[in-house]
Write a protein that binds this ligand. Structure first.
Ligand code: KG4
Length: 336
């Protein structure tokens, strides 16, 4: 079954063709990062306009790169939630029009379910159930993946997402947007215990997290140093920051995996590219005897292949939509 998948939830327009859920025939991504870098963050109106310009050509390119024609397609999958609403709407409306014109089924896909499915592409042997740490610019959640289309959030951030926290701190340091990658690289050779940064606990909810205190403490530390004319040891600051984020995420993920007893842990989303988090998870899973699944770096950030992969399993579960499909800025992963 060949699925043409469309993703436009934030600052990347993406289209891919995926066969039978796990074989990526093409994966085309058009990034808007250069445009948003000028403003230090995503400007929603610009993002929507750029998606409108890119989506049709990119979908055509994905079909061509797959060595197919539209006659070889069996369905269209599209991210319909969550995301910047104007941006998501562009993909949804394009997919609705294309599905109608080509007389193909339309499959709505939850963006975070797509991030989780990126692991199926990298690991052909991976099957639910497993625990997945989902960490991106908009999401920080520990998910119980009971089956391909049955999931429950076990815990998550009460405020900022981990990726958002990386981005805000990097912006104040002036090291680029999005800031996760530059912060990760800056930490090379740094002393991760030089700066004391907070790790928050949400009382009574052991799997919930909070990153706003870490963000504020980091920004205060940077501003205080600037005001006093003191130079920060940047690699050590970035290493201390990365450690604080990792020490919020990793022990909770391991705790959830222990509670559920699946023996399998996966990671998903843009922040899953972070080397500190990956190596802390590797060490923790090794000592617990859990198998760890990490997505390839090219499937960590937003892409169409992950939507085509999850779309296949949604289709098998009978989850298709009609021309009345709507887009949503927020939506529980459990609802699909
Ligand atoms: O999954 P993604 O591409 O988009 C969303 O669905 O949000 O994630 C983007 C986020 C950004 O916040 C970016 O700074 C972060 O992923 N990110 C990283 C790294 N690479 C990207 N964060 C930490 N370390 C990285 N190496």
């Amino acid at each position: 079954m060949n699925i043409l998948a469309i993703e436009s939830s934030c600052d990347e327009t993406a289209a891919a063709v995926v066969r039978d859920g796990r074989q990526v025939l093409s994966n085309c991504v058009s990034s808007q990062i250069e445009m948003h870098t000028i403003y230090g963050g995503v400007v929603p109106e610009i993002a929507s306009r750029k998606h409108v310009e890119a989506v049709s050509g990119l979908a055509q390119q994905a079909v061509e790169h797959a060595g197919l024609t539209t006659a070889d397609l069996d369905a269209l999958a599209v991210t319909y939630a969550p995301g910047l609403i104007g941006a998501v709407l562009v993909g949804v409306n394009f997919a609705k029009g294309a599905a109608m014109a080509l007389d193909l089924p339309l499959i709505p896909v939850h963006h975070v379910r797509g991030h989780i499915a990126a692991n199926y592409i990298t690991h052909p042997d991976l099957e639910p159930p497993f625990v997945c740490l989902c960490v991106s610019g908009g999401t920080t959640a520990i998910v119980d993946v009971q089956d391909y289309t049955h999931m429950a959030v076990l815990g998550g951030t009460r405020d900022d997402a981990a990726g958002e926290c990386f981005d805000k701190v990097a912006r104040v340091l002036g090291i680029g947007y999005p800031g996760g990658g530059p912060m990760d690289r800056l930490a090379d050779g740094g002393d991760d215990s030089k700066y004391e940064l907070p790790r928050a606990h949400v009382s009574g909810h052991e799997l919930d997290m909070s990153f706003s205190g870490l963000k504020t403490a980091s920004l205060n530390l940077i501003h205080n140093a600037q005001q006093k004319g003191e130079a920060l040891d940047l690699p050590s600051f970035a290493a201390s920051f990365g450690r604080a984020v990792s020490e919020s995420l990793v022990p909770r993920t391991i705790h959830a995996a222990r509670m559920l007893g699946y023996g399998k842990v996966a990671v998903a989303g843009g922040v899953a590219a972070n080397r500190r988090i990956r190596s802390d998870l590797e060490a923790a899973c090794r000592s617990e005897g859990f198998r760890l699944y990490l997505p390839e770096l090219r499937y960590c950030g937003d892409n169409g292949a992950m939507i085509g992969c999850q779309g296949y399993y949604e289709f098998l579960a009978g989850h298709t939509a009609g021309a009345d499909l709507n887009a949503y800025a927020t939506r529980d992963i459990a609802l699909g």
